[in-house]
Design a protein around this ligand. Structure first.
Ligand code: FMN
Length: 214
């Protein structure tokens, strides 16, 4: 696949086929993605590849601790509000909320079920490093994974919503106790027929965000 074609075609997949992804294929994706750049080549990232029984456990991970206390919240701050010009762009996705609300949240393709993906990759970082650039580095790795997956005919959906409550995830992922959760990526074979994977996406024109300073 041509590089530019991969960049333009990759899109968030929100309806997956149940077919499992061979571990060898996931390994190839990660082998390619590990060449992503990072601050001073630190590569302070970790990836947990969850499938099978572990994924089943994660799907049912209680969003609220058994103590009844409020969840501690995500490891990295998430946006609450956007300025109007950015909020306007999110409107294009508002139909997704309705589409999934209609599934009652329990359906096989609901967000809580990772849209039916047979595999989810959790991206975490080292706990003790005080730098927002860890997120930047993880983002580069995630984009590489998504592009490499697309190149192999797989689909991905980056999911911040899946790491809102890291305390609920840690028990199912050995070694994650002291890690900070950045993001999850659902991975699997896309259902090419599902309208939710086919709607037209928009992007800002260059004029809206590029300044040519001569
Ligand atoms: C940091 C980040 C968090 C995201 N979280 C979610 C999510 O929780 N659920 C979801 O369905 N999509 C999520 N997305 C996907 C975005 O909605 C999507 O990338 C954006 O609408 C552009 O569409 P495209 O990926 O199809 O090009 C996330 C994307 C990013 C980069």
């Amino acid at each position: 696949m041509e590089f530019e074609q991969a960049l333009r075609e990759r899109r968030s997949i929100r309806a997956f086929k149940p077919d499992p992804v061979p571990e060898e294929l996931i390994r190839e994706i990660l082998e390619a993605a590990r060449w992503s750049p990072s601050w001073a080549n630190t590569q302070a990232w970790h990836v947990f590849v969850a499938s099978g029984e572990t994924l089943t456990k994660l799907k049912s991970a209680a969003p609220t601790p058994a103590t009844g206390e409020a969840p501690a919240g995500p490891d990295f701050r998430m946006p609450r509000e956007w300025p109007p010009q950015l909020a306007a762009r999110t409107k294009q996705l508002s139909f997704l909320r309705d589409a999934f609300a209609a599934t009652g949240g329990e359906a096989a393709l609901a967000p809580a079920n990772f849209y039916g993906a047979p595999c989810v990759l959790y991206f975490t970082t080292e706990p003790a490093i005080e730098s927002d650039y860890l997120l930047f580095d993880s983002g580069l790795l995630v984009q590489s994974v998504c592009l490499a997956a697309h190149d192999k005919g797989l689909g991905t959906c980056i999911m911040a919503m899946a790491v809102r409550d890291p305390e609920a995830l840690r028990p199912a992922l050995p070694g994650a106790a002291d890690q900070r959760f950045v993001i999850a990526v659902a991975l699997g074979y896309p259902d090419g027929e599902a309208p939710i994977n086919r709607f037209e996406r928009r992007r800002a024109q260059l004029e809206e965000f590029v300044a040519w300073v001569r």
